[in-house]
Design a binder for this molecule. Structure first.
Ligand SMILES: Cc1cc2nc3c(=O)[nH]c(=O)nc-3n(C[C@H](O)[C@H](O)[C@H](O)COP(=O)(O)OP(=O)(O)OC[C@H]3O[C@@H](n4cnc5c(N)ncnc54)[C@H](O)[C@@H]3O)c2cc1C
Length: 429
C-alpha cells in the first residue's frame, strides 16, 4: 500500500439506502467485515412512492423473519397493504388482491412506509461487529490504483482518505462509482422522471389499503399513484418516461396538479385533502436494458445498477436482491483475493439470471401500455370476469403468469373469450 490512509478495508460500500444496507446485512451473515458510507444523517428522506412489494417482504424473511414481524407490530410506520387497484385510461378500475387466499397469511403481502421511516428501520438492522458505519461521510472521489481503490471523503468538514480492495457503488441514481468507474451515461429512453407529494385526508381510500395506479392518458406508459400511508396520509405522485417530457412537451408538476383538480375520479377525492409536504422529484433508472454491473474492483447495486422495474417503477426489492448477490460474489472475491473484472463478472451473471426475464416482461408490458385502447379493453374484460381477475392478481407474484401479457394470443383469447384468458389454463407463450 503506497501511503498512509485514514481508513483501510477489504470492502467499501458507498450508500446506505436499501441496496447498500442489504449488501452490508448479507455480508454480515457471512461474517465479512466492511465499511458502509453515507453522506446523509439518518433518518433521511428519499423521494419515492413508498410502496414495499412482496419481493421486499420475501427478502426480509430470508434475512431475518423477525423484521416483518416488527413491521407488522408498528402500524404507525408500516401500513399493511393487501392489493392493488388499476384504473385504465377510460377511468374503469379493477381491484386485485395480491394473493388469492389470504386467510392463513401471518402478515400482509405488502406494506407502505415513508422512506424516512423505512430506510432508518432497515439501517438499524446492521451488525456493528461486521459493519463499520460512517454516517455523514460523503465520498468525493473514487479512483482505481494498483492493488485497490482509493476513496477521498469528507466527514464533518474534514478531508480523509480510505483504501479498499473493492468498492460497492450503492449511491443511487447519481452514483459516483457508476459514473467514474463504470463510465455509465444517462439514457433517457430507459429513465422515468417522477415526483411525489404527501397528502392528508384523501377520501375513498380502500379499506384494505390497496395501492392505486391511475393510468391517465397523458402519462402513459407511466401513471399517477395514490399509496395509502399510516395516519390518514397518502403518498401521491406521478411518473412518466423521461424522453416523453421532451418529445411531448410535458411539464410534470402541471400535469400532476391538473389531474388532481380536473380528472373526475380524482378531483372529488382531493376536495378536502391537504398537502403536507412540498412536491419533490427524482429520476428512476429502469432495468429495460442490460448494463455492465461490475468491473475491475467494483460492483454496482440498486439504482446505481439501474434495476427498477420498467412497468411498476418498483426498485426497492431489486436493490435488496442485488445486495444479496453482491455479498455472495464479494465473499468469494475476498477469499480468493481476486477482484479482477473477470472474477466479479459472476455478479452480473447471477443477478441477470435471476432478474432479466422479469425485467424484459415488464418492459414489454410498458410498451403495450402505451396503447390506451388495448389497456381499456383488457381492464374492461377483467372487470367483468372473476377468473380473469384471479389471473391478473397472480401476475404480481408469478413472473410466468406475467409473461402471458406479452403474448398476442393472450389478447386474441381475451377478445373472443376463449380458454387461455384465465388462470386455470396452460400458459400461452
Ligand atoms: C418518484 C419515485 C417513486 C418511486 N416509488 C417506488 C415505490 O413505490 N416502490 C419501490 O420499490 N421503488 C420506488 N422507487 C424506486 C426506489 O426509490 C429506488 O429504486 C431505491 O431507493 C433504490 O435504492 P438504492 O439503495 O439503490 O438508492 P437510494 O435509496 O437512492 O440510496 C442511495 C444512498 O447513497 C447515498 N449516497 C449517494 N452518493 C453518495 C456519496 N457520494 N457518498 C456517500 N453517500 C452517498 C445517499 O445519501 C443515499 O442514502 C421510486 C423512485 C422514485 C424517484
Amino acid at each position: 500500500m503506497p501511503k498512509k490512509y485514514d481508513l483501510k478495508t477489504d470492502i467499501a460500500i458507498i450508500g446506505a439506502g436499501p441496496a447498500g444496507v442489504s449488501t452490508a446485512l448479507f455480508l454480515a451473515k457471512e461474517g465479512m467485515p466492511h465499511i458502509l458510507f453515507d453522506k446523509a444523517r439518518f433518518p433521511r428522506d428519499k423521494v419515492c412512492g413508498d410502496g414495499l412489494s412482496g419481493k421486499t417482504i420475501g427478502l426480509f424473511n430470508e434475512l431475518n423473519p423477525v423484521l416483518v414481524e416488527q413491521m407488522s407490530a408498528a402500524p404507525e410506520r408500516f401500513l399493511p397493504s393487501w392489493g392493488v387497484t388499476f384504473i385504465a385510461p377510460n377511468g374503469k378500475g379493477i381491484e386485485l388482491p395480491f394473493k388469492k387466499d389470504m386467510r392463513d397469511l401471518k402478515h400482509a403481502p405488502g406494506f407502505t412506509s415513508r422512506r424516512v421511516d423505512f430506510d432508518d428501520f432497515f439501517l438499524k438492522q446492521i451488525d456493528p461487529r461486521f459493519t463499520n458505519f460512517q454516517h455523514e461521510t460523503e465520498i468525493l472521489q473514487v479512483e482505481q490504483r494498483s492493488g485497490g481503490v482509493t476513496l477521498k471523503l469528507k466527514k464533518q468538514g474534514k478531508l480523509l482518505n480510505c483504501f479498499a480492495k473493492v468498492v460497492v457503488g450503492a449511491g443511487g441514481t447519481a452514483s459516483l462509482t457508476a459514473r467514474k468507474l463504470a463510465r455509465q451515461k444517462i439514457q433517457s429512453q430507459h429513465l422515468f422522471a417522477g415526483l411525489r407529494m404527501y397528502y392528508e385526508n384523501v377520501s375513498e381510500m380502500h379499506p384494505q389499503n390497496f395501492i392505486e395506479l391511475h393510468f391517465i392518458p397523458e402519462a402513459l406508459p407511466g401513471y399517477l399513484w395514490i399509496f395509502p400511508l399510516p395516519n390518514n396520509r397518502a403518498n401521491v405522485g406521478i411518473g412518466v418516461l423521461r424522453k416523453d417530457i421532451k418529445n411531448k412537451n410535458i411539464h410534470l408538476k402541471t400535469l400532476f396538479q391538473k389531474a388532481l383538480k380536473t380528472n373526475p375520479a380524482l378531483a372529488r377525492r382531493f376536495k378536502n385533502a391537504r398537502p403536507v409536504s412540498s412536491i419533490d422529484g427524482w429520476r428512476l433508472p429502469l432495468g429495460s436494458v442490460k448494463r455492465a454491473l461490475s468491473g475491475e474492483r467494483f460492483l454496482l447495486t440498486g439504482d446505481a445498477a439501474a434495476l427498477i422495474d420498467p412497468f411498476t417503477g418498483e426498485g426497492i426489492g431489486n436493490a435488496i436482491l442485488s445486495g444479496k448477490f453482491a455479498a455472495n460474489v464479494l465473499k468469494k472475491a475476498v477469499e480468493n483475493n481476486d477482484f479482477s473484472a473477470a472474477a466479479l463478472k459472476q455478479y452480473d451473471r447471477l443477478l441477470y439470471d435471476d432478474l432479466w426475464s422479469e425485467l424484459q416482461i415488464s418492459y414489454n408490458i410498458q410498451r403495450l401500455v402505451r396503447l390506451p385502447w388495448l389497456f381499456n379493453f383488457v381492464i374492461n374484460r377483467v372487470h367483468n370476469n372473476s377468473r380473469l381477475q384471479e389471473t391478473f392478481s397472480s401476475m404480481f407474484n408469478d413472473v410466468d403468469m406475467r409473461a402471458r401479457l406479452r403474448s398476442p394470443s393472450f389478447y386474441f383469447r381475451l377478445l373472443f373469450n376463449l380458454k387461455g384468458g384465465a388462470r386455470d389454463d396452460k400458459l400461452s407463450k
